[in-house]
Ligand binder design. Structure first.
Ligand code: PMP
Length: 305
């Protein structure tokens, strides 16, 4: 990643990719106190555009607020930086990574009087779990790692340190031959994937865990709006893993994962063990939105030029 051409927005300046470095005593590297976003730009009918840019920028600032970090830039500047890096790197589509982190002035838990830095990078990134995953669905394993307790880390913050939990879970699932992990909350109810929210469809209803210990996903919100448009009733409630086993369909949502069908959980086929018909429809609607083909939702796209 570090060795490539291009530019990264770093504290207000565009820096050559290879020079966008930071000191080894950077506080966030040691303790994980930082916040970030994952955003996508798509080659839309109207030209390259960032999907739900405002919502991602808002969540970055919300995450920082939750952690008590004051970002030294305003929202407009960070949104503009995201448009700039897509444009200046000549990307038709890609993934964006805004991140805020603490500087290297001092070590220690106190984290007092440290500078706050912001970077925004963008690079080409195709499907997260592969094209086949989007078409056939993925095999998922319930993780032995619990999702965060709401009073251990802050689940509503997309915080760097939270992702150690995600990596442990994903690595375990991958090592065991699965594509992704499903994490349960500390009470044993379904929370989310390592980097995705989860939905099931049962008896014509769309069901998703409430947000107690899951990230407030922007794709989740998109899917909820799209489901309403096709008259699919939504239920937000606690879900058990055996409810997922006996669902008609299931899928993950996330900026990176987009809408990825789940064809199996813990070696039990979900529904027909393929991408289900409602998932297929919602996924197509989602791709229409991100590519600017849904007239009602072009407002979700911010052109980079
Ligand atoms: N949960 C977690 C833990 C995530 O990392 C992500 C990806 N940001 C999501 C859910 C989905 O969020 P979004 O749809 O906003 O990308």
């Amino acid at each position: 990643m570090a060795d490539r051409d291009g530019v990264i927005w770093y504290d207000g300046k565009l820096v050559p990719w290879r020079d966008a470095t930071t000191h080894v005593l950077t506080h966030t590297l040691h303790y994980g106190m930082g916040v970030f976003e994952g955003v996508r730009a798509y080659k839309a009918e109207q030209g390259t555009a960032i999907f739900r840019l405002q919502e991602h920028t808002d969540r970055l600032f919300r995450s920082a607020h939750i952690l008590g970090m004051k970002l030294p830039f305003d929202k407009d500047t960070i949104s503009e930086a995201q448009r700039t890096v897509v444009r200046e790197n000549g990307l038709e589509s890609g993934y964006l990574r805004p991140m805020a982190f603490l500087g290297s002035e001092a070590m220690g838990i106190s984290a007092k009087n440290l500078s706050v830095h912001v970077i925004v990078a963008a690079w080409p990134w195709g499907t997260y779990l592969g094209q086949e995953a989007l078409e056939r669905g993925i095999r998922v394993k319930t993780s032995s790692f619990s999702r965060h307790h709401v009073n251990v880390t802050m689940c509503k913050a997309k915080a760097n340190g939270n992702y150690m939990n995600s990596i442990l879970a994903h690595k375990e699932a991958e090592t065991d031959g699965y594509d992704e992990a499903l994490l349960l909350d500390v009470d044993g109810f379904v929370a989310e994937g390592s980097g995705e929210n989860v939905f099931i469809i049962r008896n014509g209803k769309l069901i998703t865990p409430d947000l107690t210990s899951a990230l407030e996903g922007i794709t989740r919100d998109t899917l909820i709006q799209l489901a309403a448009e096709i008259g699919l009733p939504l239920v937000e409630k606690r879900i058990t893993r055996d409810e997922v086993y006996s669902a008609d369909e299931a899928f993950f949502t996330g900026t990176a994962a987009e809408v990825t069908p789940i064809r199996e959980l813990d070696n039990r086929a979900i529904g027909e063990g393929t991408r289900g018909p409602i998932t297929t429809r919602l996924q197509a609607m989602y791709f229409d939105c991100v590519h600017g083909r849904a007239a009602a939702h072009t407002g979700w796209l911010t052109p980079v030029k």
